[in-house]
Design a protein around this ligand. Structure first.
Ligand code: DOR
Ligand code: ZN
Length: 397
C-alpha cells in the first residue's frame, strides 16, 4: 500500500475504534514517541465502509458548551444526566432573576455541585447574563476570580427569560471592549427580535445587522455563535476565521421544521432558534461532521415542565440531556464520520476556550438505545427529546 492513501491522525486524541472485540486498523504504537497514531484510509469509500462496520467507539470525555440546568428541584433532577457523560458544561444564566453578578454565579455553581449524586467529576463553567446596564468591572472581576468563564448576550425578548437582555448591542460596548482586552468569550443568541422579521429569518438577519459589525468593531473578541440553525450561519462561521466558533445542538441535526407540525402541532419540538428547512439541517450536519475546529458540541438542553410546553402559549426549549451524545454519535455514523466525533465533542471546544481537554473516556456501542421515560419532578413532568426511531448508539462506559 502506498503512503498516498494514508492520513495519520495523532492519537493524543485517544480515539479508538473496535469492531466486535478486535481493535481494527486504526491504531499502531509509535515506540519512539510513546504516542499511538491512528491511520485512516483516505479513500472515501474504503473509509466509509470501515467506519460503518465499527461497533464500538471510545472517545475522550466530552464537554457540553451550552446547557440550561435551571434551579431548585429541576436542577437536582437534570444535572446528573449531564454530569454522567460530560466533564464540563457551560451553564446558561437565564434564570429568574438572571445570573448577573459574580456572587450570584458562584452561589449558583455551588448549588449545581451540590446536586451531584454519585461524586461525578463534573465542572460547571459559569456565565454572566448581560443587560443594558452591566458593569464592565463586575464582568472583569468575575473572570479574574475564575467565576465567569464567559458572558451571554441575549437580545431582549429573543427567547426564554431574556426580558432583561440587551436592547441594543451599542449599550454594552464598554463591556465588549473589556472582554476583548481580557480574552473572555462572548456567547451570542443570534436572532433579531424585530417582529417584522419572519421567525425563520431572524438568525440570518442577525448575522448582517449585528454579528458582522461586532466582529469588525472588536476584532480580538472571541465569539461563540450559539446553537446555529442555518446554512448562512455555517457559511459565515467558516469564512470568518478563528475569532468565531459555533455550537450545534443534537436536535437541529435531526429535525427540520416539518417536525413541528407532523400530524398536528408538536410543542416538544419547539425551541429557539426554531428548526429550519431541510437544506439548513443538511448544512449543519456537514459542518458538525467535517472536523472543522470552528464547530463544537453544545446541546442547548433546556428543560421545561410539560404543562408549560403543552399550553396555548408553549415555551421554547428541548430537554435532550439524556440522549444527546448518542444522537450526535448516530449523526456522525450516518454521515460516515465517526472518526471525527471526538473532534466535535471533546477537542474543538476546549481549543477555542483555551482550556485543557478532559481526562477519561466514554465508550459508545452500536445498538438500539432504550427510550427515556418522562422525569417526574414534584408535581411536574419533564419530557425528554425523542426521535421517531430509537437512537442506534448507546453509552456503555
Ligand atoms: O429553545 C430555547 N430554550 N432556546 C433558548 O435560547 C433558551 C432555552 C431555554 O432557556 O428554555
Ligand atoms: Zn440555550
Amino acid at each position: 500500500m502506498s503512503n498516498e492513501g494514508l492520513v495519520i491522525v495523532p492519537i493524543q486524541q485517544k480515539v479508538s475504534f473496535r469492531r466486535r472485540r478486535t481493535v481494527v486498523f486504526l491504531g499502531f504504537a509509535n515506540s519512539r514517541s510513546q504516542f499511538l497514531s491512528a491511520v485512516i484510509l483516505s479513500s472515501k469509500e474504503i473509509r466509509e465502509s470501515i467506519l460503518s462496520s465499527i461497533n464500538e467507539i471510545i472517545i475522550r470525555r466530552p464537554d457540553d458548551w451550552h446547557l440550561h440546568v435551571r434551579d431548585g428541584a429541576f436542577l437536582n433532577a437534570v444535572v446528573p444526566y449531564t454530569a454522567k457523560v460530560f466533564g464540563r458544561a457551560i451553564i446558561m444564566p437565564n434564570l429568574t432573576p438572571p445570573v448577573i453578578t459574580a456572587a450570584g454565579a458562584s452561589a449558583y455553581r455551588d448549588r449545581i455541585l451540590s446536586s451531584l449524586v454519585d461524586g461525578e467529576d463534573f465542572e460547571p463553567l459559569m456565565t454572566a447574563y448581560l443587560t443594558d446596564v452591566t458593569d464592565p468591572a463586575e464582568i472583569a472581576r468575575g473572570h479574574e476570580n475564575f467565576v465567569f468563564t464567559a458572558a451571554k448576550l441575549y437580545p431582549a425578548g429573543a427567547t426564554t427569560n431574556s426580558d432583561n437582555g440587551v436592547t441594543d448591542i451599542a449599550n454594552i460596548s464598554r463591556v465588549l471592549e473589556t472582554m476583548e482586552k481580557i480574552g473572555m468569550p462572548l456567547l451570542i443568541h443570534g436572532e433579531v427580535t424585530d417582529p417584522d422579521i419572519d421567525i425563520f429569518d431572524r438568525e440570518k438577519v442577525f448575522i448582517d445587522r449585528t454579528l458582522e459589525p461586532t466582529l469588525q468593531r472588536f476584532p480580538d473578541l472571541k465569539i461563540v455563535f450559539e446553537h446555529i440553525t442555518t446554512k448562512e450561519a455555517v457559511d459565515f462561521v467558516k469564512e470568518a476565521g478563528s475569532q468565531i466558533a459555533a455550537t450545534i445542538t443534537p436536535h437541529h441535526l435531526v429535525i427540520n421544521r416539518n417536525a413541528l407540525f407532523t400530524g398536528g402541532i408538536r410543542p416538544h419540538m419547539y425551541c429557539l432558534p426554531i428548526a429550519k428547512r431541510e437544506k439548513h439541517r443538511i448544512a449543519l450536519r456537514a459542518a458538525a461532521t467535517s472536523g472543522d475546529a470552528s464547530f463544537f458540541l453544545g446541546t442547548d438542553s433546556a428543560p421545561h415542565p410539560v404543562s408549560d410546553k403543552e399550553s396555548s402559549c408553549g415555551c421554547a426549549g428541548i430537554f435532550n440531556a439524556p440522549s444527546a451524545l448518542e444522537i450526535y454519535a448516530q449523526v456522525f455514523d450516518e454521515e460516515g464520520s465517526l472518526d471525527l466525533l471526538e473532534c466535535f465533542a471533546s477537542l474543538n471546544g476546549p481549543a477555542f476556550y483555551g482550556l485543557p481537554v478532559n481526562d477519561g473516556s466514554i465508550t459508545l456501542q452500536r445498538g438500539d438505545r432504550p427510550r427515556d421515560p418522562c422525569l417526574s419532578v414534584g408535581h411536574e413532568e419533564i419530557m425528554p427529546f425523542e426521535m421517531e426511531k430509537p437512537v442506534g448508539w448507546k453509552i456503555v462506559a
